[in-house]
Design a protein around this ligand. Structure first.
Ligand SMILES: NC(=O)C1=CN([C@@H]2O[C@H](COP(=O)(O)OP(=O)(O)OC[C@H]3O[C@@H](n4cnc5c(N)ncnc54)[C@H](O)[C@@H]3O)[C@@H](O)[C@H]2O)C=CC1
Ligand SMILES: O=C([O-])CC(=O)C(=O)O
Length: 328
């Protein structure tokens, strides 16, 4: 058996954790031939529930699951981590905006970034799911100066997947026929889901986008406010769909995105498309050779520019807020 890959999951006892861990152990995160060792990180109050989840994982007898360890100390939890899924955070309740959560969550991601810096494996790849995901990822990356910045990412794959389905429904085609949708900016209500470059069963997404009442009145708000709509309906934030998106993100990062398509991820900006360098922003991306690359050369209309800029402005505000709190 090949050496197992160490996967650290924070917030392991939470609702996303419960939807995520079984899929990781089943081989869906890295591939059907890759053994994994789970390292569950919780706060002390969460450890008992994490132990319960670990018992259930044992009871599944997953052939690829090489072991489970549980920690309440980030330094120990990230020791040797090849993949870090930073899920643990305080979820948004009804009526709360993500901005309210900046300060509370900022304190979690600084020590976790430091712990990754101190002890993670050289090839560590980090996905931040916990909200506000982009800025939490920026905090973690900023506190891990010895780890290349491109190993830190924030999850906008759920937004991407939401956009794919909304387009498929509108066009009346299977979701598998929708390609090249893009999420720009922040994982928040300001995000810009862009279909102008999409391929919808062989037809240009711009044809659908030409119906501006649908585009601005339905599509964009449905995708951008889906998180709040799920909270409203379920009384709890998205969990299984978020876990699914985390699986998709890491799988593609490690194994590559399919030819002829791209996906979306929050990554550190290199200045492409006028997004300030160093900001953790969502872009259309492909994965090649285990690295994300921003899709270049897309024509950005005035309509798109305005929306990208608005979401980027929010990211700048969040960055400045955490900077003034001394978190980055
Ligand atoms: N980026 C995205 O697309 C999405 C992000 N989210 C976010 O994911 C996060 C987790 O959501 P849920 O699992 O539903 O929340 P939850 O409240 O069910 O679970 C969070 C878990 O994190 C643990 N935790 C808190 N602080 C921790 C720390 N410092 N270290 C380790 N564990 C810690 C808690 O004890 C709890 O078990 C929330 O911030 C939520 O807003 C949710 C859906 C989509
Ligand atoms: O809105 C939330 O707090 C949960 C979330 O990020 C989403 O479902 O997109």
């Amino acid at each position: 058996m090949t050496t197992p890959v160490n996967v650290t999951v924070t917030g392991a006892a939470g609702q996303i954790g419960y939807a995520l861990l079984f899929r990781i152990a089943a081989g869906q995160l890295l591939g059907p031939d890759v053994p994994v060792r789970l390292r569950l990180l919780e706060i002390p109050q969460g450890v008992k529930a994490a132990e319960g989840t670990a018992m259930e994982l044992d009871d599944c007898a997953f052939p690829l699951l090489a072991g489970i360890d549980i920690f309440d100390d980030p330094r120990a939890g990230f020791e040797g981590a090849n993949v870090g899924l930073l899920v643990g955070a305080r979820p948004r309740g009804p009526g709360m905006e993500r901005g309210d959560l900046l300060e509370a969550n900022g304190g979690i991601f600084k020590p976790q970034g430091e712990a990754i810096n101190a002890g993670a494996a050289d090839d560590v790849r980090v996905l931040v799911v916990g909200n506000p995901a982009n800025t939490n990822a920026l905090i973690a990356a900023s506190n891990a100066p010895d780890v290349p910045k491109d190993r830190f990412t924030a999850m906008t794959r759920l937004d991407h997947n939401r956009a794919l389905t909304q387009v498929a429904k509108r066009a009346g085609v299977p979701v598998s026929e929708v390609r090249k949708v893009s999420i720009w900016g922040n994982h928040s209500a300001t995000q810009y889901p862009d279909i102008f470059h999409a391929d919808v069963a062989g037809r240009p997404g711009a044809e659908l986008a030409a119906d501006s009442a649908w585009l601005t009145g339905e599509f964009i708000p449905t995708v951008a406010k889906r998180g709040a709509a799920i909270i409203e309906a379920r009384g709890a934030s998205s969990a299984a769909s978020a876990a699914n998106a985390a699986i998709d993100h890491v799988f593609d990062w490690v194994n590559g995105t399919p030819e002829g398509d791209w996906t979306s991820a929050g990554i550190v900006s290199d200045g492409s498309y006028g997004v300030p360098e160093g900001l953790m922003a969502s872009f259309p991306v492909v994965s090649r050779g285990g690295r994300w690359e921003i899709v270049q050369g897309l024509e950005i209309s005035d309509f798109s520019r305005e929306r990208i800029d608005a979401s980027v402005a929010e990211l700048i505000e969040e960055r400045d807020a955490v900077r003034s709190l001394g978190l980055i």
